[in-house]
Ligand binder design. Structure first.
Ligand SMILES: [Zn+2]
Length: 483
């Protein structure tokens, strides 16, 4: 043995004998259990077929009810590990009352940093930066892609801890951010990976995918069940019917002309003002979530703080240009995420929240959550939240304005919804009771019963979604479309 060989052998023995840190041991154990470092490095592609359920967070009937669920069929996920590409195709079927297409075919892809969507008619469009970020993160929520990313990386590992039957370790990822890997204490197979994300309503959320029911395919252990949660909400429960390793992935590349295409920016927030009656304005503009401003003797009241902080802040700023009187209250029609996305922004602006009593605990929990990943104004200013709660009905009234608020009763979809009626102008202000563009009005009959039992003499509907319409047209549309 020559000298160089000998010293090389000694170096090898030293590195092989140096005890790995307890954190590194978790990763090494996982790699070994999955099929070994060599096997993981050699994987070129994965394809996963299955079916499952995808609940719709922030759209339940009441904050405590079960989430409405999409049934997911014909799910195929392909991952090209060599080129960093992935594509998910699925057909999802609404298992709940829904005003849009009940069956939706979706294809979503990622090629490097470029996200794209394929429409049902085959048209491919570039998706925005937020979609790309989410899909890059989602790509790591599989034991093979996750371990492949870290197998040869020099990583900062920390926070080893034991849970029932599991060991967990935090990993500073090569591309930035920290993720958590859990492995089964007995089998050493990955039990879960966790990453952090920002949600407009929930703030900092853990995105956790759990893996179980492993099977061996081509020397690699692959899970047959993947369950993803956002914080405490289940997002996808996938039962794998077929795992496959390698295969042709050429279809996953984004078309060249689209790769060069400009990344679409979120559309600018535009707030338009349309006077509806004396002291009542409809604030529309970009998007399909409108708000309404009511002018009382010495203050203004906003109906709806929707979507997110950017939309709601722009609406509040616009409302403040309509009159020198202070804007003091925001009526939040219900707890669905698209309607309460501006709740924290309204509170940060000092507004009292008027909402149905059944939203209070949930809204308080949203107010108390941390928003450190994408800090919003409330995260920085920390204000006390003030509520004015509605039970069956509540009237806001002075010499200038009367707004009657009513709880929508016994509705199969909306359990916490309040709508407004202005008797002087016979105006209905409502969210999610009706939108002229809906394909069907599954809860329309209940809405009409509600308005009738309240004895309201409505002439116009001034909606959060859609357009201002004569009430007679709203009734006609509800009755003429399928339920
Ligand atoms: Zn809505």
């Amino acid at each position: 043995m020559n000298r160089r060989m000998a010293s090389g052998l000694i170096a090898l023995l030293v590195s092989a004998c140096a005890p790995a840190s307890p954190e590194q041991q978790v990763i090494d154990d996982a790699i070994e259990a999955m099929g070994g470092a060599g096997r993981i490095r050699d994987v070129k592609a994965l394809s996963i077929q299955g079916a499952g359920t995808a609940p719709n967070a922030g759209q339940n009937r009441t904050p405590d009810d079960e989430l409405p669920v999409w049934k997911v069929n014909e799910y195929t996920r392909r991952i090209d590990l060599v080129n960093g590409r992935t594509r998910v195709q699925q057909v999802r079927e609404a298992q709940f009352l829904f005003a849009g297409d009940l069956v939706q075919r979706q294809t979503q892809g990622l090629d490097g940093d470029a996200a794209y969507n394929v429409a049902a008619n085959g048209t491919i469009t570039r998706a925005g930066a937020a979609a790309a970020r989410d899909r890059r993160s989602e790509l790591l929520h599989h034991p093979v892609t996750f371990l492949r990313t870290i197998v040869d990386a020099d990583l900062t590992l920390s926070n080893l801890r034991a849970r029932a039957g599991e060991r967990l370790v935090d990993i500073a990822m090569p591309a930035g951010g920290t993720m958590t890997l859990g492995i089964d204490s007995a089998t050493h197979l990955p039990t879960r990976v966790v990453s952090m994300a920002a949600n407009a309503n929930m703030g900092d959320v853990a995105i956790e995918t759990r893996f179980s029911d492993y099977e061996e395919i081509d020397g690699l252990q692959l899970p047959r069940r993947l369950t993803t949660k956002m914080d405490y909400y289940l997002q996808l429960d996938l039962q794998v019917t077929k795992n496959a390793v390698d295969g042709d992935m050429s279809e996953l590349a984004i078309p060249a002309e689209l790769k060069q295409a400009k990344v679409p920016e979120p559309p600018p927030v535009v707030v338009t003002v349309e006077p509806v009656a004396t002291g009542i304005w409809w604030l529309a503009g970009s998007g399909n979530h409108r708000s309404v401003v009511f002018e009382f003797d010495d203050h203004l009241v906003l109906f709806e703080a929707p979507v997110n902080e950017a939309r709601t802040k722009a609406v509040i700023d616009k409302a403040r240009t309509l009159s020198p009187k202070p804007l003091t209250k925001a009526i939040v029609s219900h707890h669905h995420f698209d309607h309460s996305g501006g709740l924290r922004a309204a509170i940060a602006e000092g507004l009292t929240i008027v909402t149905h009593r059944s939203n209070e605990a949930f809204f308080r929990s949203l107010v108390g959550r941390q928003h450190t990943i994408a800090p919003d104004t409330l995260e920085k200013v920390r204000r006390l939240v003030m509520f004015e709660l509605v039970d069956d009905q509540l009237t806001l009234k002075d010499k200038s304005m009367e707004v009657q608020l009513y709880h929508l009763l016994d509705n199969p979809r909306e359990g916490t919804n309040i709508y407004a009626y202005v008797p002087r102008d016979r105006i209905l202000v409502q969210a999610d009771l009706y939108d002229a563009t809906w394909l069907r009005h599954s809860w329309g009959a209940n809405v009409l019963q509600n308005l009738e039992r309240r004895g309201l003499q409505i002439e116009r509907s001034v909606p959060v979604h859609g357009v201002i319409e004569p009430f007679a047209q709203m009734v006609k549309t509800i009755k003429s479309k399928p339920s």
